[in-house]
Design a protein around this ligand. Structure first.
Ligand code: ACO
Length: 274
């Protein structure tokens, strides 16, 4: 096991392909300050080409997943400093949205506690989200005089049912993990004391699948969402050809051979043995 502790984040690896990336300011409920944004950009750059990292789990230390932007260090202390604001603002969007959305390995947000404001952006950018039933979600922005900015309103519009999205944006009412599942924000929930085990079990299922295929499938899904049918048809055809060339396992041939010739398995029931 290796643990890499930096100023505001922590990276843990156990030799099983799953890397745990912690927002690590538990005393500040993992509020995102400028240092955290810069460290996260660098960490994701490193992990996307790290051979030990097959699946990335983003979570928080202590009682929070992420209490949003740091109201003191990210907002108040940057007011009136346009150059600094530009730099940390860019870093903030870079890791929370672009880097996570285009991360080449599977990403899972494991919401262990409070998730507020700007914390929704990395949650939605991850491929999967798993929440503790006891976790608390809060789009608190209107409570203190702002709207859900950055990209929070956009990611909520992308991930939550229409009526529920407006309800929580406008009321700033808290909701728990079970409600997050009902409105489509997370894939599933677990009691807090089983959250890590259930997340590992889910990650292990994904580890059995061909990672090059998973990458192509998620890239394709994200890309076609904004295309019309003709564009999507063309794109998916080209992407499928690209995948055939890029896959070192030759999964398509292998899968077909094992189903049609050796009759070793059923693709609708399980992945081919790797
Ligand atoms: N920014 C800066 N500091 C924060 C933040 C934050 N977003 N959230 C928590 N902290 C700090 C507190 O100031 C406190 O610091 P201190 O010990 O130096 O006084 C420490 O973290 C612990 O916070 P408490 O409020 O004592 O913790 P508690 O567990 O009782 O409450 C809760 C947690 C509900 C999350 C509360 O801290 C809170 O409401 N935080 C603000 C959440 C929020 O509205 N975030 C959205 C920000 S806007 C945006 O992201 C766009």
């Amino acid at each position: 096991m290796s643990v890499d502790v930096r100023d505001t984040i922590k990276i843990e690896k156990n030799g099983d392909g799953i890397t745990w990336l912690y927002l690590n300011r538990p005393e500040k409920r993992n509020a995102m300050n400028p240092t955290m944004h810069l460290e996260m950009v660098q960490a994701l750059d490193e992990l996307e080409v790290d051979d030990e990292t097959e699946i990335l789990v983003l979570t928080g230390s202590g009682s929070a997943f992420c209490a949003g932007q740091d109201l003191k260090e990210f907002f108040r202390e940057q007011d009136g400093k346009p150059k600094e604001r530009l730099k940390v603002g860019r870093a903030s969007q870079e890791w929370r949205l672009r880097k996570l959305k285009s991360f080449p390995k599977i990403t899972i947000a494991m919401v262990n506690g409070w998730c507020c404001g700007g914390g929704f952006t990395p949650l939605v950018a991850c491929d999967f989200a798993i929440a503790a039933e006891e976790a608390q979600f809060s789009l608190s922005e209107v409570n203190w005089g702002i709207l859900p900015g950055g990209l929070v309103t956009k990611v909520i519009a992308d991930s939550v049912r229409y009526r529920d999205a407006l309800y929580y944006i406008l009321t700033a009412e808290n909701f728990d993990g079970k409600r997050a599942k009902e409105i489509g924000l997370v894939n599933f929930t677990a009691p807090l004391d089983k959250l890590r085990d259930d997340t590992v079990a889910f990650a292990q299922r994904l580890l059995q699948k061909n990672p090059v295929v998973l990458r192509a499938a998620k890239e394709a899904y994200r890309a076609v969402r904004t295309m019309d049918y003709e564009q999507a048809e063309d794109y998916l055809s080209a992407k499928s050809d690209e995948l055939k060339l890029r896959d070192p396992e030759r999964g398509r041939e292998k899968g077909m051979h094992e189903f049609l010739d050796t009759k070793a398995y059923r693709p609708a029931l399980a992945p081919y043995p790797r």
